[in-house]
Design a protein. Sequence first.
Length: 139
Amino acid sequence: MPTRKEILQMLAEGTIDVNRAAELLNAAQEESPEAPAATVTPPAPEESPAPEALAKPKREGRWLRIHVSDLRTGRSRVRVNVPLGLVRFGLRIGARFTDELDEGLARDVIAALEEGTIDGTLVEVEDEEDNERVHIFVD
């Protein structure tokens, strides 16, 4: 079983996708539950070092959670829980490879998440046509 650092390195290199990385990270955590759930930050590329806001999370153990449930029954259809460290990493990488995500905006969002100014419910939507409730929040 690869270590957390190796998993994140494979993700950074594009060897695995985010879903596979999440599976491996969950499996690694289950194998050693006594290990602290620290967020490992892959090294920034040498040509453009990461700004201080992108370097280290200030609060550990925070998650971006996306829950989709059935409006009638309340039963969960989808639950996605992503460590904020992985969200931060994805925003940083995404800002480099697309014009649609401004690197400055990504930096501001990451800083707000880490400072705790963004906390709790971010979006809650009820789609009566598809009979779904989507709840996105940070905790």
